[in-house]
Design a protein around this ligand. Structure first.
Ligand code: SF4
Length: 268
């Protein structure tokens, strides 16, 4: 089986520079290790527990949030006092903005969940997988239920994804969630815990059709490509694979190719 793994990041990397895609995702050259900061991990754990609170018990009070925060930090004694104070401040602020004003508590469809779906391009079925922090189902009056996907961010600044990558990611979420739940994804929101800012992206049918067209075109191109040519530009400066790229440097580092893992399309 031809080995290919895709995602919104991978698709946009491929469009920017096929060689970079080949080095990073097919040959898997070593890049900078990516590990979520500890405070972010603990905040995610505490919020996941808060959103497991049952609806019949009403809107969670700040004391409920504090209990889950205390439980989460107990498992990480290495967290410094300063970070502890900072994290609790973020959760207090989150409760004041996002929880206390609610008239009614509704349990989400899922917390820290996994999304799975399929997409077939030229008789090759790609598996769609991804993760989310929270998935809500919204109903207003008699209108059809819609889905709202939420991700928590702990970065100091709002990080805007490049437009293409954001569109591809939204399109992939739409495809997979509609297959899984038979319901339409209406919005993706990024909640910035440090500032309380919420950045939302609407997921329309037109946007989905456009994203699907782009995803299929890129996936088809990748499937049938024999050579992954280099496209140089400003993006080379931030390319993780530049040390291994014989176009960027005359003395590229050597690497050992990794074994293939099968065809898969992921969302993040
Ligand atoms: S350094 Fe530039 S040309 Fe080389 S792989 Fe990276 S983006 Fe492509």
């Amino acid at each position: 089986m031809k080995s290919l793994s895709l995602s919104a990041t991978r698709l946009s990397t491929y469009q920017r520079c096929p060689k970079s895609y080949e080095l990073k995702f097919l040959k898997k050259v070593p890049g900078a290790p990516v590990k979520a900061p500890l405070l972010g991990q603990i905040l995610h754990q505490a919020l996941a527990e808060v959103y497991r609170w049952p609806a019949w018990r009403g809107v969670p009070s700040l004391a409920v949030v504090q209990d889950h925060w205390n439980e989460a930090i107990k498992k990480h004694p290495e967290l410094t006092n300063d970070l502890c104070t900072e994290g609790w401040r973020m959760l207090q602020d989150y409760h004041a903005r996002q929880i206390a004003p609610l008239a009614q508590w509704r349990e989400p469809v899922g917390v820290e969940g996994r999304i799975e779906g399929e997409l077939t391009v030229d008789q090759v079925t790609f598996k769609l997988t991804g993760r989310y922090d929270r998935l809500d189902c919204l109903t207003t009056g008699n209108t059809q239920a819609v889905l709202h996907l939420v991700d928590y961010k702990t970065s100091r600044q709002q990080q805007s994804l490049p437009e293409l990558e954001r569109d591809l990611q939204l399109g992939l979420y739409q495809l997979a969630l509609e297959q899984r739940y038979g319901q339409v994804l209406q919005t993706v929101s990024h909640i910035y815990l440090r500032t309380g800012d919420v950045v939302s992206f609407e997921a329309s049918a037109a946007q989905k059709a456009l994203a699907l067209e782009k995803i299929q075109a890129l996936a088809r191109d990748m499937l049938h490509r024999e050579q992954f040519e280099a496209k140089t530009g400003k993006h080379c400066r931030s390319c993780d694979a530049r040390q291994y790229c014989d176009t960027f440097t005359e003395t590229p580092k050597a690497y050992a190719p990794k074994p293939s893992v099968g065809v898969q399309l992921s969302l993040a």
